[in-house]
Design a protein around this ligand. Structure first.
Ligand code: SF4
Length: 342
């Protein structure tokens, strides 16, 4: 078997940024030595070896990877992460994947003090070094793709799950799929319990939240699936920020023990790397790093949840004013983060 990486060299002689990042990823994972050959695609030279390979395989992105099997068959990878996962699976594990170590409340308090003012990527790196695939990013909104982007760049293993309430916008489902293919990651889609959902809808209909509040519907469609998801991990990473809701998230910590949910060994650690960021920083990152985002943002939506319960905020309104807008501000949490914030 032969593994080839095709990199692109720009007209000014530099490697393209994505090729540099992909090489860094493989080096960080300790698998760079398993690349047998690097072939350069020279910008503006259609006859350079990499350009010839790209034309032969119909690939228009860089970098890409070719795996030549001994029987002459070839497999092409446009995602470094997918290539890494499928072809270089002997990447070293993180310490906690192998030793199962857990931290005391004092340890977590000390980590919180140490990382409270550190950049998000450092916090994510710390989390993934400790927990690896036992650490899951809860993915739905713009902030969460920032987390996924940063996690991918660490080169460390991690997990991602998403709560599929069954009531998301079509655009959100398309966005989820786009993120999955863009990064070559697996996203575990958590659906509501079928029996509980059928009973609830039969009894209360499809829009009871407009009459008696969103808590019951969110309980069935979000909180129970979240509980079930978290029981598979030892830590989770959220995109919560303090400025999203000064009344409910103003005291948000960066690292702490989750008091609302349990993990697979019992205690669960919650990590909020973007706690100190504002919305403009999130969007600055999305734009400069060319991170995919939900197209609903271009139609004025800011904080996006389920379709019936989300609308764009009006001019001058807070970003979360478009969520459950018919309820009091202090009631506008979906039950996913309540315990830590009260
Ligand atoms: S956001 Fe609305 S539709 Fe979605 S789970 Fe909560 S109440 Fe139900």
């Amino acid at each position: 078997m032969k593994r080839i990486m095709v990199k692109k060299r720009l007209l000014d002689g530099r490697a393209c940024e994505k090729c540099i990042q992909a090489e860094e990823l493989l080096r960080q994972r300790g698998v760079w030595e398993q690349i047998d050959e690097v072939v350069w695609a020279e910008e503006g030279d259609a006859n350079s070896p990499g350009m010839v390979l790209a034309a032969r395989h119909g690939v228009s992105v860089a970098p890409f990877f070719i795996v030549e099997e001994d029987d002459g068959s070839e497999k092409i990878y446009k995602s470094a992460l997918l290539f890494l996962r499928e072809q270089l699976s002997d990447a070293p594990k993180t310490s906690n994947e192998t030793d199962g170590k857990s931290f005391s409340m004092e340890d977590l308090h000390s980590f919180e003090q140490q990382y409270a003012s550190r950049p998000p990527k450092e916090i994510i790196t710390w989390a993934l070094q400790q927990y690896g695939k036992d650490c899951a990013i809860a993915f739905s909104g713009a902030e969460d793709v920032v987390l996924i982007d940063m996690a991918v760049r660490t080169g460390l293993p991690f997990s991602v799950f998403c709560l599929d309430t069954g009531r998301l916008h079509p655009e959100t489902y398309q966005f989820l799929e786009r993120v999955r293919t863009h990064y070559g990651i697996e996203i575990s889609m958590m659906s509501p319990d079928t029996t509980a959902l059928q009973n609830f809808v039969q009894k209360k209909g499809l829009f009871s939240f407009f009459e008696d509040g969103h808590k019951e519907c969110c309980g069935v469609r979000k909180v129970e699936p979240l509980k079930r998801a978290l029981r598979g991990y030892r830590a989770w990473i959220t995109g919560q920020r303090r400025d999203q809701s000064p009344s409910t998230r103003g005291e948000l910590l960066v690292i702490h023990q989750d008091e609302a949910f349990a993990g697979k060994d019992g205690p669960l650690v919650k990590i909020n790397p973007l706690a100190g960021w504002g919305l403009s920083k999130v969007w600055g990152y999305l734009r400069t790093q060319e991170v995919p985002y939900n197209p609903l943002h271009d139609r004025g939506f800011v904080s996006i949840g389920c379709e019936p319960c989300t609308r764009p905020p009006r001019p001058g309104e807070h970003e979360r004013a478009g969520r459950w807008w018919w309820e009091e501000e202090t009631q506008r949490e979906c039950g996913l983060h309540i315990a830590q914030e009260s």
